[in-house]
Design a binder for this molecule. Structure first.
Ligand code: SAM
Ligand code: SF4
Length: 451
């Protein structure tokens, strides 16, 4: 790593920084958005426009120790079936408030583990969504699949419902790492599930893997990536493992002395990235890789790559509505988040109102700063001309913002007449550069390490 001393001097190995899947980030949401305002925002969606939906299933059959996602373990089907009934009621409520002719651009089911729904529930839920918001031209339906929690019947139900993108959780193939993070999953099982998905005609397969895991070494990383490449995923998300045991209590099962150092994390990321690039994958944003013909790589080339709560996307719909407990919605006016606990969520929906609990109404420079941060996270570049064209900002104000961000990174981030650019050597700093534009920023315990 040629630039390690410079990156160290700039604080890369000490900083805790958000992943900027939104701006402001969710910890800065407050009580200014309630179900009444949410309803107003839904009713203001232009008739005949396209929107996207995210549907959250906060249940898992087993709870992996490493996982920082909001989810609860359940062995029985009763809470899951009850939750689906509430989701159906929420979809019906949404349908009553949506303007005429709104169609669906993207539907994503995430969790938790959406694939623990029985086939009959998958069918009911998908049918209700498509009745409420019919699929538009070129629509995509993607689902997060835990290879340990899927079978032919549930996969058939998903494919019959129209799933055309699947994402499988892999994390790492090494047995010692799997044991340490509480997630057993053999290579053979993962391969068989990938084959089952492809055999059913699903045209796009994503895989999630992690760097920075306990006991992860360069040799183990190489081995895991090479195994993953034999499955030939269309996209890979290479997330940095966020070790936050003070927030995610299950992670206390993972001994801290088995964790790689921040410097080792950077080398693990770079080792994996080199292997993906050598195999023909295009780097997309800070942590994704895509085959050149995949939608993400094409969006990157076309300058239409976006960032949302699920990570990177080629979806350009201006509205994303989150269904289910803790889901976040994005509107041109701001963000709205549903209450997190399933019982409070159920209570609100049963009472016939949306379960909105908190959010953020855009004001002042919020949208301009959001655009700058999204551009950095997607393109490593902020176009001065675009910002001045789209926002009410004077050239002096913008130049001062760009210059001060660049100065904070001692020449590793450049500013010229075109705007601000993060060159390849400085890309590990991207989240920190984004934070320089975050007016709400503060060092918060819930954030993961910057690299
Ligand atoms: C919400 S989980 C759903 C995946 C599905 N339940 C499964 O287990 O395959 C989505 C992804 O979040 C990522 N993830 C979970 N905990 C994480 C952590 N502590 N740090 C980084 N990524 C994490 C994992 O890569 C996981 O595949
Ligand atoms: S990784 Fe997936 S299966 Fe494991 S606890 Fe997290 S959401 Fe559940």
């Amino acid at each position: 790593m040629r630039y390690e001393p410079q990156l160290a001097r700039l604080g890369l190995f000490d900083a805790r920084v958000p992943r900027y899947t939104s701006y402001p980030t969710a910890p800065h949401f407050g009580g200014s958005v309630d179900h009444t305002l949410f309803t107003t925002w839904v009713e203001a969606i232009p008739a005949g426009s396209a929107i996207s939906l995210y549907l959250h299933v906060p249940f898992c059959r087993r709870l992996c120790w490493f996982c920082a996602c909001r989810t609860q373990g359940t062995q029985s089907e009763a809470p899951v079936i009850a939750y689906v009934a509430t989701l159906l009621a929420e979809i019906a409520l949404l349908r009553r408030h949506l303007p005429q002719g709104v169609t669906l651009s993207r539907l994503h089911w995430g969790g938790g583990t959406p694939t623990l729904l029985p086939a009959a529930q998958i069918e009911r839920l998908a049918a209700a969504v498509f009745e409420a918001v019919p699929l538009g031209a070129g629509a995509e339906f993607s689902v997060e699949i835990d290879p340990n929690e899927i079978d032919a019947a549930r996969l058939d139900a998903l494919v019959a419902a129209g799933m055309n993108r699947a994402s499988i959780g892999v994390q790492d193939f090494d047995p010692l790492i799997q044991k340490t993070i509480g997630r057993a999953q053999s290579y053979e099982l993962t391969r068989d599930v990938a084959d089952m998905i492809r055999d059913r005609g699903v045209r796009s397969l994503n895989a999630d893997i992690l760097y920075g895991l306990p006991h992860q070494t360069t040799a183990r990383m190489i081995d895991s990536v090479e195994k993953l490449l034999t499955l030939s995923p269309d996209r890979v998300a290479l997330y940095g493992y966020a070790h936050v045991p003070w927030m995610s209590r299950r992670q206390q099962m993972i001994p801290s002395d088995t964790m790689p150092t921040p410097q080792e994390r950077l080398r693990l990321f770079e080792t994996a990235a080199e292997l993906f690039n050598a195999d023909g994958y295009t780097s997309v944003g800070i942590d994704h890789f895509a085959r050149p013909d995949d939608g993400l790589a094409r969006a990157l080339a076309a300058g239409t790559l976006r960032r949302n709560f699920q990570g990177y996307t080629d979806d350009t719909a201006p509205v994303l509505i989150g269904l289910g407990a803790s889901s976040i919605s994005r509107f041109p006016q701001g963000f709205a988040q549903n209450v997190s606990g399933t019982s409070d969520y159920t209570k609100a929906i049963r009472a016939g109102r949306f379960a909105t609990h908190r959010g953020h109404v855009f004001a002042g420079e919020d949208q301009m700063r959001a655009r700058i941060i999204e551009a950095l996270m997607c393109d490593f570049h902020v176009s001065r001309a675009e910002i001045l064209r789209d926002f009410d900002c004077t050239p002096d104000r913008l130049d001062a913002l760009l210059r001060s961000a660049s100065e904070a990174f001692g020449g590793m981030v450049t500013v010229d007449a075109d705007g601000l650019t993060i060159p390849p050597a400085a890309r590990p700093l991207t989240r920190m550069v984004a934070r320089a534009f975050d007016a709400y920023s503060q060092t918060a315990a819930q954030h993961s390490i910057a690299v």
